[in-house]
Design a protein around this ligand. Structure first.
Ligand code: SAH
Length: 245
């Protein structure tokens, strides 16, 4: 009883402090990462301002990155680094992508409410959460079972995300065709099953190249007649797409 009343007293004092010191302190008390996340978004906005054409970043994508708590998608030991603009280890030799790259890939994929989107390489689940914030149905597939399990837990708050353990090289036939496909591991060439599962008018964003060197981020577009056009966007570095192919 005594313990409970001490806690109630602390809660009351915290509430009073919030009332007195204004909203900023309250927001900060609720999310100690808020300031770091704002700084990251400012950095991305500055970086995006230098981009044009295929390397620009949409404002609504930055707004989503300002909302999704990246620290909730990394191991506890990396949480203090969660708002640095770089990839971080998530275990099993895998990484959560650099925020700038997540922003760029999302901009290129052009997610919209009501679309069906495939992500290959769930990893931490962060990119899937970002895509889901646009109101699309997101299907995401991960080949490393413990990573797939952790991500499924983290993504529980998104009823529009479906996770699966498996080899994403072959796509997700039951849910195809997709308006957009986002591949977050580097393939040696564009997987034909993924091209086949892209809708006419659909967009695929995929890093392609050797797993030992930098790769090239490609935007693959299928037009209304089913013709496929590929554009090179940026040199990038991703973990390799593994699996049986
Ligand atoms: N999108 C992730 C980035 C993860 S890194 C995020 O936001 O955190 C790429 C992920 O792709 C790794 O977790 C890796 O295990 C996974 N992967 C590699 N090859 C795969 C394949 N063939 N099918 C599905 N996932 C794969």
């Amino acid at each position: 009883m005594q313990g409970a009343s001490v806690i109630a007293g602390i809660a009351q004092r915290t509430f009073m402090a919030c009332m007195l010191s204004g909203l900023w302190l309250c927001a900060h008390a609720q999310d100690p990462h808020a300031a770091a996340r704002r700084a990251l978004i400012a950095e991305l906005r500055a970086e995006a301002a230098g981009g044009d054409g295929d390397t620009r970043i949409d404002r609504d994508v930055l707004a989503v990155l300002a909302k999704v708590p990246r620290h909730a998608y990394v191991p506890a030991s990396e949480q203090h680094n969660a708002y640095e603009n770089r990839p971080l280890g998530i275990g099993y030799g895998q990484t959560i992508s650099q925020p700038y790259i997540v922003a760029l890939m999302t901009t290129l994929a052009q997610p919209r409410a009501g679309q069906t989107i495939l992500e290959v390489g769930t990893g931490s689940g962060y990119q899937a959460a970002v895509l889901a914030e646009f109101g699309a149905e997101v299907y995401t597939i991960e080949i490393v079972p413990p990573l797939a399990r952790q991500a499924a837990q983290r993504l529980k708050g998104y009823p529009n995300v479906t996770t699966r353990t498996g080899d994403g090289y072959y796509g997700w036939k039951e849910q195809a065709p997709f308006d957009a496909i986002v591949v977050t591991a580097a393939a040696s060439s564009i997987p034909p099953p993924l091209v086949a599962q892209l809708k006419p008018g659909g967009r695929m964003v995929i890093p392609v190249g050797s797993s030992f060197f930098t790769q090239t981020l490609l935007l693959v577009q299928k037009d209304a007649q089913g013709r496929v056009r590929t554009r090179q966007v940026l040199p990038v570095r991703f973990v390799p797409l593994t699996g049986g192919h």
